[in-house]
Design a protein around this ligand. Structure first.
Ligand SMILES: Cc1cc2nc3c(=O)[nH]c(=O)nc-3n(C[C@H](O)[C@H](O)[C@H](O)COP(=O)(O)OP(=O)(O)OC[C@H]3O[C@@H](n4cnc5c(N)ncnc54)[C@H](O)[C@@H]3O)c2cc1C
Length: 260
């Protein structure tokens, strides 16, 4: 069984800072990590490797420093790592990102494509389902648990708002995983040492063979009009009252601000 896990390097903070001129994320000086949901996805893949001897490939589109998360994936147990990096891919929105990843995935063998449910910086949860659409594959999002029959069928526990579904889906398919689905294993010392001897394949724009109009800023229908970090608001007023009185206070405040 061949499994491919899409992993994204993200700033190790939710306190992201935006460059007011370019409207893009300030990444310099901000420590980066593997997106938490993606680590959950990698762990699901490695569990299938432990049980069914699956082959696990990790793939990322990013800046050259995204090599770090691929080395981490090697140290956790991944077999192959691909970094898609090229200036032409910069400034990509989710559609351009998923176009790029799908083009690369078309050149690989897979029974299961795993993405995280969501990245903690862009926060759109769009890339996984978009990849499934581009590759015309069935998809299950918000995966909390995965079972495999050892042949071709996955049984998936999908998290819903206040319930969950148990779904069966045949390979090949795409799943998006929640970090809460498992407790990701740590990198082993031996894994860390060996990770630095393993080769990371670097794929540029030419290698993925896709129309330049579909990637990077050119391929992004999302135009960032204005991006800014919201300033800290004033503390606000605290009232220690009972429920009834607080309703009156809230109503008068709303009227005061002409909200009602
Ligand atoms: C603050 C901020 C706001 C943004 N808002 C938007 C927006 O509204 N619309 C828009 O189109 N773009 C937006 N972007 C750009 C968007 O972040 C990028 O397009 C990004 O590459 C993919 O979107 P995402 O981060 O939301 O990922 P998500 O769709 O949340 O990611 C889901 C999963 O897809 C996989 N994945 C995502 N990106 C990569 C990658 N580069 N390499 C490998 N796997 C990946 C991971 O497994 C990830 O868990 C925003 C970026 C920032 C920083």
């Amino acid at each position: 069984m061949n499994i491919i896990v899409c992993v994204k390097q993200v700033p190790n903070t939710t306190e992201i800072k935006i460059n007011p001129t370019t409207g893009t994320l300030i990444r310099d000086g901000v420590a980066s990590i593997m997106n938490p949901d993606d680590k959950g996805g990698l762990e699901e893949a490695l569990k299938l490797k432990d049980r069914y001897n699956a082959h696990v490939t990790v793939i990322t589109m990013g800046l050259p420093q995204a090599e770090d998360i691929l080395r981490e994936a090697f140290a956790m147990g991944a077999d192959r790592a691909i970094l898609i990096t090229d200036r032409k891919l910069g400034g990509a929105d989710t559609l351009a990102t998923s176009n790029t990843l799908a083009a690369a995935l078309r050149q690989l063998e897979f029974d299961l494509i795993i993405t995280g449910r969501q990245a903690i910086d862009g926060d759109t949860a769009q890339v996984g389902p978009q990849i499934a659409e581009h590759l015309d594959l069935p998809q299950v999002t918000y995966l909390e648990n995965l079972e495999y029959d050892g042949k071709k069928t996955f049984t998936i526990k999908k998290s819903m708002e206040d319930s969950y579904q148990i779904l069966e889906v045949d390979a090949p398919c795409v799943v998006t995983v929640l970090a809460s689905a498992n407790k990701a294993r740590y990198m082993s010392v031996r894994g860390i040492v060996e990770a630095y001897d393993k080769e990371i394949e670097i794929w540029g724009f030419e290698r993925i063979g896709i129309d330049e109009e579909k990637v990077g800023l050119k391929g992004s229908p999302t135009k960032v009009h204005k991006a800014f970090t919201r300033g800290v608001k004033a503390a606000g007023e605290m009232f220690e009252t009972d429920a009834e009185e607080s309703v009156g206070i809230i109503m008068s405040k709303l009227k005061e601000k002409y909200i009602i």
